[in-house]
Design a protein around this ligand. Structure first.
Ligand SMILES: Cc1cc2nc3c(=O)[nH]c(=O)nc-3n(C[C@H](O)[C@H](O)[C@H](O)COP(=O)(O)OP(=O)(O)OC[C@H]3O[C@@H](n4cnc5c(N)ncnc54)[C@H](O)[C@@H]3O)c2cc1C
Length: 490
């Protein structure tokens, strides 16, 4: 593999209320002894620096962000490990498995559910020393990439070869390929390019005992269950992903944009349903409810704005945009200022807002779920009603993004302004109310943020008896339970 290596650091550091080196733990526990640390240090680069361990004690889970402002972290790892290749990952896991040491992999630590928090201490396995792009098969559109590679480095490198992977999460700048795969992420252009699971051609990963495996590697297959999908969404609990082969598309020839205004959110949802069911798949199809439309685009709080963007070959894009226009107007929409799309494009990767609001004392968080088209109206209504019934709740709003032939993702943003002593309980209650209302109305547990720590408590409700299958897989692949213990409800 001829690899172009990178050395990028996450560009949006997390804010602490004091010196992170002095941060105290919310979930204190045992630490590794000097003998374990000495053995681990013999395998790969390690750090015991207290600022480093504090930075690896948390991710972008909003509750942990509020704790950080009080200079607290959930749980420090004893040591941060930075392997530089698959062999080092393998030797490290074999050692930790033998000695029963917990290992929590992390990439950009941009996850919003606490998945990368080393909640049982032990080793924080920082994959960001494994950054680079290897072979690019430009004929087939397959790119080999190390799992610690950040979005901009990957995309810049493949674009220089006339390709795009097309995966642009809002956290593009601060998240890694391994994190995208481990959380089954979705980019903002997913309606054309798919979610990350549609982009994975093959994977290299290391099991808990140090065994290196390769999965996938073909355009399609009938060789038993798809093992790529065993690792996709496994959140570091079944294996550590070291390398991926991703599908890439030719760079788009043209781009077209459109904006529409609907009388209300349900009418807009119906238009999106008809657009997608007709076979049109514009890269971006984002419909905002009255509250979010008013906040971002003006209006009276009932009008619902639809932003559309497509890219690709001219004939395909023109046909798609014409289907969008005809369908939207048939549903009573009027065209809106197309400049709204530019405004969204400009701000779409701005990740600064979340912590600023947390600093002001607001509970602020997001909850994304997916469901069949026929259930979306009820889910929208019932989730908002449930969230707003929680004491101190201030707002609950929604937009639709990421559409599929059978349904779409609803993305809720909620806020509350509790007194400081009720902050954590209010956060938990709004989640409980919203997530349980969503499940009861026919939604799944998550569309792309994953489960992590925050949603582990709903896994039995969401999966029913199939959670037993996941647990059996965990026991088979990681019998000593060293890989990211406490996550995914395992
Ligand atoms: C402002 C903001 C906007 C966001 N927008 C989006 C969005 O548009 N779409 C989206 O999908 N997500 C979004 N997210 C969530 C987050 O960025 C994604 O979940 C992302 O994929 C996480 O990548 P990461 O490298 O930061 O992983 P981390 O947060 O470091 O880790 C997440 C999980 O993956 C595991 N993991 C990481 N690397 C590996 C590996 N190599 N092998 C095995 N397990 C591993 C960790 O153990 C953990 O369980 C957003 C987050 C923020 C803060």
């Amino acid at each position: 593999m001829t690899t172009e290596r990178f050395d990028t650091e996450a560009t949006a550091p997390i804010e602490f209320g004091g010196d992170p080196a002095a941060a105290t733990e919310r979930w204190p526990g045992g630490v590794l002894g000097a003998d374990d640390i000495a053995l681990i240090s013999g395998v790969c680069a390690t750090s015991l620096d207290p600022t480093d361990t504090a930075e690896h004690a948390r991710d972008w889970w909003p509750l942990a962000m509020s704790w950080a402002l009080a200079n607290q972290v959930p749980r420090r790892p004893s040591v941060v490990c930075r392997p530089r290749d698959t062999g080092e990952v393998s030797r490290l896991l074999a050692l930790c498995n033998e000695r029963g040491i917990p290992v929590t992999a992390s990439g950009g630590r941009s996850g919003v559910c606490g998945a990368a928090i080393p909640s049982h201490g032990g080793v924080a396995l920082d994959m960001c020393a494994m950054q680079g792009v290897g072979d690019i098969d430009t004929v087939s559109g397959i790119v080999e990439v190390l799992s610690g590679t950040f979005g901009p480095d990957l995309e810049r490198t493949v674009r220089a070869r006339g390709l795009t992977v097309g995966h642009y999460p809002q956290s593009f700048d601060i998240s890694t390929v391994g994190g995208w795969i481990a959380c089954r992420g979705a980019g903002q252009f997913s309606t054309r390019y798919g979610k990350i699971e549609d982009m994975v051609h093959g994977l290299e990963a290391v099991l808990a005992d140090g065994t290196v495996i390769r999965t996938g590697g073909a355009p399609a297959g009938a060789v038993g269950p798809d093992l790529d999908h065993l690792l996709l969404g496994s959140e570091g609990t079944l294996a550590v992903i070291t390398r991926a082969w991703l599908r890439a598309h030719p760079l788009p020839e043209v781009e077209r944009r459109g904006a529409y205004s609907f009388t209300d959110f349900p009418t807009g949802i119906e238009a999106c349903r008809r657009i997608i069911r007709s076979g049109a798949t514009p890269a971006v199809l984002r419909l905002y409810d009255g509250t979010e439309s008013k906040r971002s685009h003006g209006g009276d709080g009932t009008v619902s704005t639809l932003l559309v963007l497509d890219e690709g070959t001219e004939a395909l894009v023109d046909a798609t945009m014409s289907t969008v226009h005809d369908t939207a107007t048939a549903c009573g929409a009027v065209t809106a200022d197309v400049g709204l799309v530019e405004r969204w494009m400009h701000h779409r990767n701005d990740t600064s807002g979340l912590q600023a609001l947390t600093r002001k004392g607001y509970v602020i968080d997001t909850m994304e779920v997916t469901a069949p088209w026929s259930r979306l109206d009820a889910i929208d209504e019932q989730v908002k009603t449930a969230m707003l019934s929680v004491p101190h709740a201030r707002s609950a709003s929604c937009h639709l993004s990421h559409s599929y032939i059978d349904g779409a993702c609803l993305y809720f943003t909620f806020a509350a302004s509790p007194p400081p002593e009720a902050f954590d309980d209010t956060h938990r209650s709004m989640w409980d109310a919203g997530q349980r209302a969503a499940l009861a109305a026919g939604a799944n547990l998550s569309h792309h943020h994953g489960v992590g720590h925050n949603r582990a408590r709903y896994m039995a409700e969401a999966l029913g008896t199939s959670l037993g299958v996941l647990r059996a897989l965990k026991s088979a692949l990681d019998p000593r339970g060293i890989l990211n213990p406490g996550k995914l409800g395992l």
